[in-house]
Ligand binder design. Structure first.
Ligand code: NOJ
Length: 513
């Protein structure tokens, strides 16, 4: 288990939209390097960069055409190596995005695989035996190749599924994960990992990690596959960190991932907190965090003590936090995100409350996700300091509002969201009880009108975090004794006769006596 994960706090960068240094309208590695001090000064000590490899960008780079070469629009492999070095010089770690479930239709492996003659890539993808037999229950491409067969898809129609085999097999063309083709696919993917880890990357966020072995009840064979990857990493790169896009920690962590995300899909009730009509983080008091709490505790129990369940502020696939969470509620939401166990992940721009840009035409397969991917707003200059390109050449339009938040404005104001995020990360780093592996016990579960309160503990240090987003005061009974406040926002909680009363729209962190 990489030690650096004990207090890692991640910042996710969608590289297209971060900072453009060569005026082509698209972000680049030089831009990320230029902003490393900004990210570090906020308190982040780790990055996740969305796919930055050669791609036709039909799905923002999740359609890889060459796993070994970065997309020229971001720079060169040397530039990425420089980014690793610069990050390491600042005590930061960098995760790349590994897309093992599918490639672009333009990947040379796929071109070889489409050929009628048998070759080394014939079994690299999932093909049926005849163009008139589509794979059951899966999307497919048919009629595109000299080879007679239909090829299964993993996501969009431009993303044919790599072949890791089928756990339950009902057709002759379905191979076992142990057959040569699926084994070679996994070897090829481990070679890709070896290449980037050897260059200085610190691990991977793994796209659709649950999708690899098909017809796989309870993900048994997919878990077994990831355990092989774990064994390889333990042997060759024990410090490399792995976080899965899976959304079911009870499975992914058993597969050997160090971390799994809670996501806007899956059973976690993540959306109840920030992304629904009546989120918990609203002053109306109609939101309900209790199903989240119940599922969270169940997952923790099943996943075992070592794995980290990571709660992101958002990501490139979901609406921005600011779409549903308003005003000071954003500060409460970040107090929650940065005081929970697991490694926190903050999506670029969420630290200033960047808005979801409504009404945009889809860019690079973004569709309903597009508005969460708009270029970063650095300052009040042209294009908000993102790029010197003409406005109509930007990767996509920016938030057109005249009061759009910027880093510059928020740095100048001590009560800004940015400073709040910075303060919360500093508190987390100052208190082992708030860090990634410290224990948690819920005291109040955020049912409608109720506060969310949880104890965090590590060794001697024990803290109580109390959050009441509601415009009415809330109360809960508590057997412990509140001590000195480590942090208070919106008024301190009061304890009397075993009842803690929490002021409206407030947050506090207290020592437990
Ligand atoms: C999940 C990624 O986060 C998303 O952006 C992508 O479109 C799909 N996987 C397919 O790779």
């Amino acid at each position: 288990m990489p030690k650096w994960l004990d207090n890692a706090v991640f910042y996710e960068i969608y590289p297209q939209s971060f900072l453009d240094t060569n005026a082509d309208g698209i972000g680049d590695f030089r831009g990320i390097i230029r902003k490393l001090d900004y990210i570090r000064d906020l308190g982040f000590n780790a990055l996740w960069i969305n796919p930055c490899f050669t791609s036709p960008f039909g799905d923002a780079g999740y359609d890889v055409a060459d796993y070994y070469t970065v997309a020229p629009r971001y720079g060169t492999n040397e530039d990425l190596k420089e980014l690793f070095i610069q990050a390491h010089n600042r005590g930061m770690h960098v995760l790349l995005d590994l897309v093992p479930g599918h490639t672009s239709v333009e990947h040379p492996w796929f071109k070889e695989s489409m050929k009628a003659e048998k070759n080394a890539f014939t079994d690299r993808y999932i093909w049926t035996d005849s163009v008139s037999e589509p794979p059951e229950g899966m999307g497919c491409l048919r009629g595109i190749s000299p080879r007679d067969g239909a090829v299964a898809l993993n996501f969009f129609s431009i993303q044919p599924a790599l072949n890791y085999g089928f756990n339950v097999r009902t057709r002759p063309w379905q191979q076992s994960p142990e057959e040569e083709g699926p084994r070679a696919t996994l070897e090829a993917m481990m070679d890709v990992m070896r290449f980037w880890l050897g260059m200085g990357c610190d691990g991977f966020r793994v796209d659709m990690a649950m999708s690899l072995v098909k017809n796989d009840p309870d993900s048994q064979a997919t878990i077994a596959l990831w355990q092989k990857v774990r064994a390889f990493l333990d042997e060759e790169f024990p410090e490399a960190a792995m976080v899965s896009e899976w959304g079911e920690p009870e499975k992914s962590l058993r597969g050997g991932f160090h971390m799994d995300f809670l996501l806007h899909f899956g059973p976690s009730h993540y959306n109840d907190l920030f992304r629904c009509q009546e989120p918990f983080f609203s002053d109306r008091g109609l939101g309900d965090a209790s199903a989240f709490v119940e599922k969270y505790l169940e997952s923790r129990e099943k996943a075992g003590k070592n794995g980290l369940i990571c709660i992101p502020s958002g990501n490139h696939d979901m609406a921005r936090l600011a779409k549903f969470v308003e005003g000071d509620q954003k500060k409460l939401a970040f107090t929650f995100l940065l005081t929970m166990p697991g490694a926190p992940f903050v999506y670029y721009g969420d630290e200033i409350g960047m808005r979801f840009v409504e009404g945009l035409t889809s860019v690079e397969g973004g569709y309903e996700r597009t508005g969460a991917r708009s270029p970063m707003q650095w300052d009040g200059s042209v294009n908000a300091g993102f790029s010197a390109a003409p406005r109509n050449k930007l990767y996509m339009p920016q938030d057109p509002a005249s009061d759009r938040p910027t880093v510059e404005e928020q740095l100048s104001r001590s009560d800004s969201l940015l400073h709040h995020v910075q303060k919360m990360i500093a508190l987390r780093q100052a208190h082992p009880a708030l860090q990634n592996r410290a224990a948690i016990a819920f005291i109040s579960n955020g049912a409608p009108g109720q506060a969310l309160a949880y104890e965090r503990g590590c060794g001697e240090e024990r803290l109580l975090v109390v959050l009441n987003p509601c415009r009415e005061a809330a109360a809960f009974s508590y057997g412990g004794t509140l001590g000195e406040a480590v942090y208070v926002f919106g008024g301190a909680a009061l304890q009397k006769d075993g009842t803690v009363t929490v002021p409206p729209v407030s947050a506090g962190i207290y020592r437990i006596k």
